[in-house]
Design a protein around this ligand. Structure first.
Ligand code: AHG
Ligand code: MN
Ligand code: MN
Length: 339
């Protein structure tokens, strides 16, 4: 039981996770540890962001005379640079790159990674929490450079998923299928220490997260569900709205305190639209985490996020994710059983 041990670092926990997979080769361990390094680098940059501008004085260069990059470009390059040479990845997908991303020749490994290098871009320069989301699969092609088929695997086949949230502190949350653990970065020693052992999302909650600006476009099922949460009644307390606009921050709060997040289709969505959020590197990794923590993740027509076969790297998907009781209730409204 994790919670009994103190001062565990994320690297120690990743090693311990490896022991739970008898056929483990240590590759996943190496991959995750390189991802931890990327998280530390991005965290330092995020925390310097405003200062880099000020210290640079002239235009967009910092004191080292380097161009101050947009944080999402910096985060994307940082993760690609680490992953292409870690020797454990055969192909990558990033929200910031249209096509698949190869690794360095000679460094091909047995896993794939899909990632959102910086989620919450509307919040980047205003000191609101943002984050990196990642999803890891075992390759399906035999060897060498991977291909799109290695990436287009359904979420239930993920071997690991996680996120790093850059907020009042930097917290890494991940799962390899044996529960969900959170680690907080101590910048004074540059180490992530166990801070949230064995995370379990509360069964029900008092928070819903949705962009109410779209309320006049919602389908009746969505509107009735939200109204039901808001009004309470009987022994049900009314819910409060908490919406940050960074999926990773809204999700993390709901994971820790309980809550339900919705980004669904609405009357403005054409028949091809699947909402805004991406399956491969936003919905699927968070769905693995939430299920491992006892929650649920479905689409607005009741499909399990983890069972959706991806058709494209940047395929979008409607998302209802969070506390099991809240998502179960949403499902009832979607099916017309309530409302
Ligand atoms: P990203 O910054 O990676 O493009 O993701 C932004 C997403 C997600 O973080 C958030 O939940 C959603 O956009 C907010 O969308 P609205 O501004 O339409 O509410
Ligand atoms: Mn995103
Ligand atoms: Mn992004």
């Amino acid at each position: 039981m994790l919670s009994k041990r103190k001062g565990i670092t994320v690297s120690r926990q990743i090693m311990d996770d490896q022991q739970m997979h008898p056929d483990a080769t240590g590759e996943l361990t190496g991959l995750l540890n390189d991802l931890v390094v990327a998280g530390k680098i991005i965290s330092a940059e995020v925390n310097m962001a405003g200062l880099a501008d000020i210290l640079g004085q002239s235009g967009r260069t910092n004191i080292q005379g380097e161009d101050v990059q947009k944080l999402d470009v910096f985060a994307n390059q940082t993760i690609k640079r680490r992953m292409e040479q870690c020797g454990h990845v055969c192909v990558m997908a990033s929200e910031e790159d249209d096509d698949i991303i190869p690794v360095l020749d000679g460094y091909e490994g047995n896993y794939t990674i899909a990632f959102d290098p910086l989620d919450g871009s509307s919040n980047i320069d205003v000191n609101v929490s943002i984050g990196t989301i990642f999803s890891i699969h075992r390759r399906v092609s035999a060897s060498g450079q991977g291909d799109e088929g290695d990436l287009l695997q359904k979420g239930s086949r993920q071997v690991a998923a996680g996120y790093i949230i850059y907020g009042s502190s930097t917290v890494m949350v991940y799962t390899t299928g044996n529960g969900v653990h959170g680690f907080t970065l101590d910048p004074s020693v540059g180490e992530f220490f166990l801070s949230h052992p064995d995370i379990k999302i509360p069964e029900t909650s008092l928070y819903y997260s949705v962009n109410e600006a779209y309320a006049h476009h919602w389908f009746d099922s969505t509107r009735n569900y939200i109204e039901y949460l808001k009004t309470g009644g009987g022994d049900r307390k009314p819910y409060s709205l908490r919406y940050i606009g960074s999926l990773v921050a809204d999700f993390h709060r709901n994971l820790v305190k309980g809550g339900v997040f919705l980004y669904t289709r609405d009357k403005t969505s054409d028949e091809k639209s699947e909402g805004k959020l991406r399956l491969l590197y936003e919905a699927a990794p968070l769905a693995m985490i939430v299920e491992q923590a006892g929650g649920r993740a479905i689409t607005d027509d009741g499909r399990n996020i983890l069972e959706i076969e991806p058709r494209g790297l940047h395929q979008r998907v409607p998302l209802i994710i969070g506390s099991k009781g809240d998502v179960d209730l949403a499902e009832k409204f979607l099916r017309g059983e309530m409302g």
